[in-house]
Write a protein that binds this ligand. Structure first.
Ligand SMILES: *Cc1c(COP(=O)(O)O)cnc(C)c1O
Length: 342
């Protein structure tokens, strides 16, 4: 609160903005070391580090929110810690214990308290835990040394012009992840795999790409870096798939949907079903919900439209989740952790 840096928070982009400190620790000889505070934006890296050569790297993303009551809250960090365990399992990284995960986040948020955007600006402090194979290998093997780093960066409101629907593009000629591949882990390699499709979509004027299941191309998989959901007949429907990243936002929206009286279905969503939804959206920490105004199939040009304004149920879900994060709606599921005296 005191000593806040002078930034035009409302105009801040959703990008990297330098803060004062990051937190690091190394896993060596089978154990994690002490947390180190660093003011450098660089990491010294072995030229044969497995992260660089073989993509042995995972990350997380969550936010610290300044509430209306002045308190700073983290949202379901335990789920991020758990998901990082899954990613570590998936690509054989050293696991970060939950206590270490939380301690690092709490410390880096405190150290950069002056960069926590004030309530009401729509801006938040994005927290990015990163776990990398830093030890050298030339043969393909997991590293024996790991770096766990947490950086923070203030990010502006995702929707500068308000909660506005976006256009997305279905891709059939590229896949992000195979059914038994790494799609369910939050690893950088999935992003590299999806980058060409996503850049083509951006160049075509689309906000994001919509991947189909890699095996049959019959079902909806993921909306780029976000999960997909559709709404019809008072039901929240989201794809069941082994190649999508289990979004904590999606999981929370499913619960909120139940809380406000919707039916929730997590099942395969055939491509043809897109026509029948009353509302559709992409969800993730960055935007909570990006409502979708239209979905165009890159291969056939076929377009489904949902309207240029966010639908009533998407809006309700968005406002409810945002209210919990900002402390204006009672957190009945105990999802938030207050960082005291900051
Ligand atoms: C991080 C991520 C999401 C969103 O997850 P949240 O926990 O809701 O932020 C969705 N899809 C992919 C591929 C992701 O990496």
């Amino acid at each position: 609160m005191k000593n806040r840096v002078n930034i035009d928070w409302g105009k801040l982009p959703f990008g990297y903005f330098k803060t004062d400190y990051n937190i690091r620790t190394y896993y060596r000889d089978g154990k994690w070391g002490e947390l180190e505070i660093s003011s450098s934006e660089y990491i010294p890296m072995h030229i044969a580090a497995t992260a660089l050569h073989y993509g042995q790297e995972a990350f997380e993303g969550l936010k610290a929110y300044r509430g209306k009551d002045g308190k700073v809250r983290l949202f379901r960090w335990q789920e991020n810690a758990k998901r990082m365990h899954h990613s570590a399992y998936g690509i054989m990284l050293a696991e970060v214990p939950d206590e270490l995960f939380f301690k690092a986040i709490e410390k880096v948020v405190r150290l950069n308290a002056k960069y926590i955007p004030p309530y009401g600006t729509g801006a938040t402090l994005y927290v990015r835990p990163l776990l990398v194979g830093s030890g050298p290998q030339v043969g393909v093997k997991p590293a024996t040394e790991y770096l766990f780093l947490v950086l923070v960066t203030p990010v502006g409101p995702y929707f500068k012009e308000g909660f506005k629907p976006v256009a997305i593009e279905v891709v059939r000629d590229m896949d992000r992840a195979a059914p038994l591949g790494t799609g369910k882990y939050k690893v950088g390699g999935n992003y590299a795999a999806g980058m060409r499709a996503s850049e083509r979509a951006h160049q075509g004027g689309f906000a994001s790409v919509l991947f189909l299941d890699a095996l049959e191309k019959r079902y909806i998989d993921e909306a780029g870096p976000a999960n997909f959901f559709g709404i019809k007949n008072n039901t929240y429907i989201t794809p069941q798939s082994d190649s999508i990243l289990p979004s904590i936002t999606n999981m929370s929206l499913e619960q909120i949907a139940k809380d406000i009286g919707l039916t929730v279905e997590r099942r395969k969503v055939p491509f043809e079903e897109l026509d029948s939804f009353e509302e559709a959206g992409a969800c993730g920490t960055a935007a909570i919900i990006s409502p979708i105004k239209k979905i165009t199939d890159h291969s056939t040009g076929k377009t489904v439209e949902y309207g240029i304004e966010a639908g009533p149920i998407s809006s309700k879900l968005y406002n409810h989740l945002r209210g919990i994060q900002e402390g204006t709606i009672v957190d009945i599921h105990d999802w938030t952790t207050v960082i005291e005296r900051i």
